[in-house]
Design a binder for this molecule. Structure first.
Ligand code: SAM
Length: 378
């Protein structure tokens, strides 16, 4: 049975709002908000709910999950895949999500370089032999800036109806605050981390002496990690099996950037064209003549380009114009629109990205549209 669900039933009489597991996840989200880690690994990630929540944190670029049970990870891992909206509007941030099948008792180079490692309700599931290896794997080998470990506080158990020995049948132990803190302080001392203790799930009024229902240790590495080249040990061979990998579309990838720029250039050019032609078309209706014959009248005013797209500074020579049945919209004008400008960064990049994708004038300085269709429709 899902352990978080089982825990909710156990804690049913003492009502935690929100449920305890959500409070644990929120604790991690808050920590991410505070430290802004780029690379986060969740050890004992189970059905990947925490990873799924973390994928919405915009600072995170790499997310990894590890669990010894492949089937539990696979249950809902599809939630970690990009959605159609991610492809329609890629963001600047890159995001890769990977799930590994393996044990926290083994080292694997894929777990190197993380800023934050979370171990939520994991250690109490470890056999003695695994628990012994765990600190060397997480603190010694992975050596992230921050490690968060949560585990049940056994002093709270008498308040949970139905708990005789442990809160879950798979728990190998449950520690008092003193037991957890002694293990955590010794681990922190050995691997040069500092540790602070807190928790989630407040005890009821008058019972404060039992402490939080879930106890949490937040470990922060005291010194910067030695650079990879300075590390003397050879990295171990891979021990985990990758069971899932998703690379989110990002504007850092030239392919997605090009799509976004081409769409934005065409969209912007269409709007400029429309604002240029609308007055022309109404005059056409008034005089019932050919609007393209009266092109001298159609030099736009600055105000006709201010609006949803941002303020446009139309300099001399940047004004769009009509010649025959062709509308010319200078690229400089398009580049001055904030979104295009922001996407490309510089004018040369704009040129490069739209080359061959957008119809340009022979000297490459303007986007061209023919207006035959508009005339026919009118
Ligand atoms: N962290 C998740 C959460 O808070 O919702 C799930 C915690 S669940 C209680 C413990 C998870 O640890 C299980 O999914 C279990 O398969 C995993 N686990 C147990 N021993 C492990 C080991 N040696 N290495 C990696 N994962 C392990």
């Amino acid at each position: 049975m899902d352990e978080n669900f089982e825990e909710e039933q156990l804690t049913g009489i003492i009502k935690f709002t929100p449920p305890l597991y959500k409070q644990r996840y929120q604790f991690i989200k808050d920590l991410v908000g505070k430290y802004k880690p780029k690379k986060v690994a969740d050890l004992g990630c189970a059905d990947c709910t925490l990873l799924w929540m973390l994928k919405f944190c915009s600072c995170i670029e790499v997310l990894a999950g590890l669990d010894i049970c492949a089937s539990v990870m696979k249950e809902k891992m599809h939630r970690l895949s990009p959605l159609p909206g991610d492809y329609l509007q890629p963001t600047e941030r890159s995001l890769t999500v990977t799930l590994h099948h393996g044990s926290v008792a083994h080292k694997d180079p894929c777990m190197l370089g993380f800023d934050l490692v979370t171990c939520i309700e994991l250690i109490e599931h470890l056999e003695q032999s695994e628990l012994k290896k765990f600190p060397e794997v997480v603190f010694g080998f992975m050596s992230p800036s921050i490690v968060v470990i949560s585990t049940p506080n056994s002093e709270f158990n008498p308040l949970l109806p139905g708990v005789t020995l442990f809160r879950h049948s798979d728990h190998k132990f449950e520690w008092t605050r003193a037991e957890f803190q002694s293990w955590a302080l010794e681990t922190a001392r050995h691997y040069d981390y500092s540790v602070e203790f807190t928790g989630v799930g407040h005890p009821p009024k008058g019972m404060e002496n039992v402490g939080f229902c879930t106890q949490i240790g937040v470990f922060v590495r005291k010194y910067p990690q030695a650079s990879e080249s300075a590390q003397s040990e050879k990295p171990p061979k891979a021990a985990y099996k990758t069971v899932f990998k998703a690379v989110y579309p990002s504007l850092k990838d030239e392919k997605y950037l090009q799509n976004a720029v081409v769409s934005e250039v065409i969209f912007t050019a269409q709007i400029i064209k429309q604002r240029l032609l609308d007055p022309l078309m109404s005059e056409h209706e008034e005089y019932n003549d050919d609007p393209t014959e009266r092109k001298s009248k159609f030099q736009p005013s600055v105000s006709c380009f201010s609006g949803d797209l941002g303020k446009l500074d139309v300099e001399k020579g940047m004004a769009p114009f009509v010649d025959g049945n062709v509308v010319y919209i200078p690229l400089r004008t398009i580049f001055s629109f904030p979104k295009v400008n922001q996407l490309c960064g510089n004018f040369e990049k704009l040129h490069k990205l739209i080359a061959g994708k957008v119809t340009l004038s022979s000297d490459g300085s303007a986007v061209m549209f023919t207006i035959e269709h508009e005339n026919e429709e009118n």
